[in-house]
Design a binder for this molecule. Sequence first.
Ligand SMILES: NC(=O)c1ccc[n+]([C@@H]2O[C@H](COP(=O)([O-])OP(=O)(O)OC[C@H]3O[C@@H](n4cnc5c(N)ncnc54)[C@H](OP(=O)(O)O)[C@@H]3O)[C@@H](O)[C@H]2O)c1
Length: 227
Amino acid sequence: MTKPTALVTGGSRGIGAATSRELAARGYRVAVNYFSRRESADQVVKLIEADGGEAFAVQADVYDPTQAAELLERSAVDGRLDVLVCNAGARFIPTPVQALAWDDFRTKVTDELASVYTLTQQTLELMGAQGRGRIVYVSSAVADGPPAPGMAAHGTAKAALNTFARFVAHEAGPLGITVNVVAPGYVRTESSARIPQEFQQRLAANTPPGAGRGTGGRGPGDRDARR
Ligand SMILES: NC(=O)c1ccc[n+]([C@@H]2O[C@H](COP(=O)([O-])OP(=O)(O)OC[C@H]3O[C@@H](n4cnc5c(N)ncnc54)[C@H](OP(=O)(O)O)[C@@H]3O)[C@@H](O)[C@H]2O)c1
């Protein structure tokens, strides 16, 4: 039996890096996608290998349809892919709607969907031919949670992702493919560290166990994906 293969977009840092390591620990050969920081991807691959797992780094900009298609091709070892985790999301700076230019809003929503669209299309074809597979989208609790200040673009983009996932699930089910959405609350990563402290605290307060624990000590609600 060959090892099952998983592709994690943005698998080199934050939530994606933790996901890559978890999948490797569960016996998957992991394609660790990154965009610009090769050294982070190499570090994740090294950690996985040190734990006895198998992984390789793959550079691609998932917003670009051509690169996304190539990413899938390079990640599917022997033409096979068992798990796709669409984790790389579009960057944003929390901004109230009144101060947010249409172009910035549009870019955020478009990039979020672009980062999953081509990969999803091609993965459905590949996994459909296999008769099985799993697709997981990393959304955000912000999409369906209480509206957080400055998060309109991010929340709208992730809500669109959630809806997209529901439609994909309907097409994928008969092909033997499951589709799921994971919607984390606030998790400390390099991205979220760039969010102003006040927003971080409000986001942490919106996570069920996390009120008051946003950037402080350790606890079950105090998630930190940098480890
Ligand atoms: N952190 C939170 O509090 C939180 C909460 C809810 C949901 N989420 C969601 O979780 C996901 C991961 O967030 P994170 O905080 O873990 O992010 P992060 O630590 O900033 O990591 C971002 C990852 O995405 C990669 N990436 C960025 N642009 C890319 C592109 N165009 N193509 C391919 N890869 C790209 C980065 O690679 P390089 O380093 O090479 O650029 C890096 O591996 C996102 O979808 C985010 O919206 C995060």
